[in-house]
Design a protein around this ligand. Structure first.
Ligand SMILES: NC(=O)C1=CN([C@@H]2O[C@H](COP(=O)(O)OP(=O)(O)OC[C@H]3O[C@@H](n4cnc5c(N)ncnc54)[C@H](O)[C@@H]3O)[C@@H](O)[C@H]2O)C=CC1
Ligand SMILES: O=C([O-])CC(=O)C(=O)O
Length: 356
């Protein structure tokens, strides 16, 4: 795989760059990729997707390969990573793609990474709650976070794996144990709730969803998903029926997709879109852009709970500022109490999984 000197004297290392020794992608061409001219390192961030061969992981990998802020994209999974890597690496966009397969390659996949996005784990089938995934996904998230603590302890982590209300506390406990915990850098991804809320509210109001901004707070399961319809931008009002319809639809958006897919998984394409929207915001924050604000499930003092989703300002250090809830109406105050009761139990379940 080592390089040779081309006619122009430039030494190429692109083969080793695109397909390092730990990549599973074979180079069968007569002209070795080692004979190609290596390009200079493009500016940008190094991003790893853990669970990259899955329903979310694949479209997420494709969209991150299209993101101009990404210079290097590592695709890790316990299955099929080489195929996804070969496929995505043919896209003529800037990011260099490398694939990593299986636990022995987790550390290489994570070394030097600025942002780790984690859509690893099993999805729901009809009739299941997100909490039903805890048994399998808790252990998966623990292993991945142990890898992060070792290989890229300063990376921003975007955790997608369900149940987010418990997996984020699990990740926090793993990082605390390893002595690497920085609460600002651990973000549970609740962006899909906001994306859905913007879409459904826009439908009711007859607006373009791109003009609508709905804060969604609390957590990422059932009643813990609390859309603040009194704070929608542009300012508007809803009837009682509209409020109930929208709150229910936003809280049950995930179940709507699970049922429509009838056993073939949960939201993947809208989730990949939401994950990229959120990751792009994190990267703009890392770059130092001002005023990057999105909702996320983070360590928080906004309520008495140790974690809560609200709007956060994203900066070089991650979630640098956590916004308060703002004024709530009576409907939202009742919803908040219900959300907090369920959230408290889910958070405790995650913490106990590591502390036990
Ligand atoms: N936060 C959110 O808003 C959302 C979260 N999700 C959650 O995302 C997760 C993934 O969903 P899908 O992509 O549809 O599932 P999927 O089953 O299609 O893909 C999951 C991928 O994770 C991989 N994986 C399993 N164990 C792993 C490990 N130890 N290390 C690395 N990769 C591993 C699998 O091989 C698979 O490729 C689920 O837990 C789902 O509930 C789904 C939609 C929205
Ligand atoms: O509903 C699920 O299981 C997946 C998910 O979190 C969502 O679509 O919001």
């Amino acid at each position: 795989m080592e390089s040779s000197v081309g006619a122009n004297g430039r030494i190429a290392k692109i083969s080793a760059h695109l397909f390092p020794p730990n990549s599973q992608v074979e180079d069968g061409s007569a002209l070795s990729r080692g004979d190609c001219r290596a390009k200079g390192g493009a500016p940008g961030f190094k991003v790893a997707i853990v669970g990259a061969a899955g329903g979310i992981g694949q479209p997420l990998a494709m969209l991150m390969k299209m993101n101009p802020l990404v210079s290097v994209l590592h695709l890790y999974d316990v299955v099929n990573a080489p195929g996804v890597t070969a496929d995505i690496s043919h896209m003529d966009t800037g990011a260099v793609v490398r694939g990593f397969l299986g636990q022995p390659q987790l550390e290489s996949a994570l070394t030097g990474i600025d942002l780790v996005i984690i859509p690893a784990g099993v999805p729901r089938k009809p009739g299941m709650t997100r909490d039903d995934l805890f048994k399998i996904n808790a252990g998966i998230v623990r292993t991945i976070c142990e890898g992060i603590a070792k290989a890229c302890p300063k990376a921003i982590v975007n955790l997608i794996s369900n149940p987010v209300n418990s997996t984020v506390p699990i990740a926090a406990e793993v990082f605390k144990k390893a002595g690497t915990y920085d609460p600002k850098r651990l973000l549970g991804v609740t962006m899909l709730d906001v994306v859905r809320a913007n879409t459904f509210v826009a439908e009711v109001l007859g607006l373009d969803p791109r003009e609508v901004d709905v804060p969604v707070v609390g957590g990422h399961a059932g009643v813990t998903i609390l859309p603040l319809l009194s704070q929608v931008k542009p300012p508007c009002s809803f009837t009682k029926e509209e409020t109930e319809y929208l709150t229910n639809r936003i809280q049950n958006g995930g179940t709507e997709v699970v049922e429509a897919k009838a056993g073939a998984g949960s939201a993947t394409l809208s989730m990949a879109y939401a994950a990229v929207k959120f990751a792009d915001a994190c990267l703009r924050g890392l770059r130092g852009d001002a005023g990057v604000v999105e909702c996320a499930f983070v360590a928080s003092e906004v309520t008495e709970l140790p974690f809560f989703a609200t709007k956060v300002r994203l900066g070089r250090g991650g979630a640098e500022e956590i916004y308060q809830l703002g004024p709530l109406n009576e409907y939202e105050r009742v919803g908040l109490e219900k959300a907090k009761t369920e959230l408290a139990a889910s958070i405790q379940k995650g913490v106990s999984f590591i502390k036990k």
